[in-house]
Design a protein around this ligand. Structure first.
Ligand SMILES: O=C(O)c1cc(=O)[nH]c(=O)n1[C@@H]1O[C@H](COP(=O)(O)O)[C@@H](O)[C@H]1O
Length: 239
């Protein structure tokens, strides 16, 4: 029920992105955060350094893995890539909705009956409305996100990734993804940030996110465990 303000236990709604080159450091951080966090995101950076073993190590902590490899290819290639990822028993796996309906359906079918839920990435949180025309997309950001979320749903994909900024538009439509993951989460402004559509944790949940993804604010914190603990205690909408 993504559009009811979440009362999810914190550990279920918070995803920490382990965007690091150093596999040992990533695993150490996951171990330290595990008491508060039950989801860790492994993106291309960490996966290229640590491979399937890093996924296995995180799962051995009893945590869930969001494998964020954002596949965007022809349907047959994506179907095989998804089948390979499913073997690792990851909880979430991303594909780009812009890969089109046949690709999305191939991804959905390849994960059917497994523990892996496919998430369709709509419009990256690093893009702003002015960037859309550069890649040949017309209309507003909200329109594009809603259209891509609808396409994903039509293709059997029940989870999406978008900025929480589009969730009020999505709520007005009849699109109801079961999982709504929102990156671009910021506690304070970061200098030179590549993210463009940022939202605070509290706002994201109030707007209907089921999960938030936080990377650098945690990774760059002097004490990441303390930051996560404070995030929970200070009421981010998570607890
Ligand atoms: O699919 C994602 O996770 C994703 C989609 C998106 O639109 N924007 C986005 O930032 N992400 C990921 O979410 C994480 C955000 O990290 P920080 O910007 O460091 O908090 C990164 O690992 C991104 O790859």
């Amino acid at each position: 029920m993504p559009f009811e303000v979440s009362s999810l236990p914190l550990a279920d709604g918070l995803i920490v992105a382990l965007d690091l080159f150093d596999v040992e450091k990533a695993l150490l951080l996951a171990r330290r955060l595990r008491q508060y966090v039950s989801w860790f995101k492994v993106g291309s950076q960490l996966f290229l350094c640590g491979g399937p073993k890093v996924v296995e190590e995180i799962r051995s902590l009893g945590a869930q893995v969001f494998l964020d490899l954002k596949f965007h290819d022809i349907p047959a290639t994506v179907e095989r890539a998804v089948r390979a990822c499913v073997q690792m028993e990851v909880g979430f796996l991303t594909v780009h909705a812009l890969g089109g309906g046949r690709m999305l359906r191939a991804a959905s079918e390849a994960a059917a009956g497994s523990k892996t839920r496919i998430l369709a990435v709509t419009v990256l949180t690093s893009l702003e409305e002015a960037d859309l025309s550069e890649v040949g997309l017309s209309g507003s950001l909200s329109e594009r996100v809603c259209a891509l979320a609808a396409l994903a749903g039509d293709c059997g994909i029940r989870g999406i990734v978008c900025s929480a900024r589009e969730l009020s538009s999505l709520r007005k439509s009849d699109i109801r993804p079961e999982v709504v993951v929102t990156p671009g989460i910021r506690l304070t402004q970061r200098k030179g940030d590549d993210q463009r559509r940022t939202v605070s944790p509290r706002e994201a949940f109030a707007l209907g996110a089921t999960h938030i993804v936080i990377g650098r604010p945690v990774l760059e914190a002097e004490d990441p465990v303390n930051l996560v603990r404070n995030l929970l205690q200070e009421g981010s909408g998570l607890a």
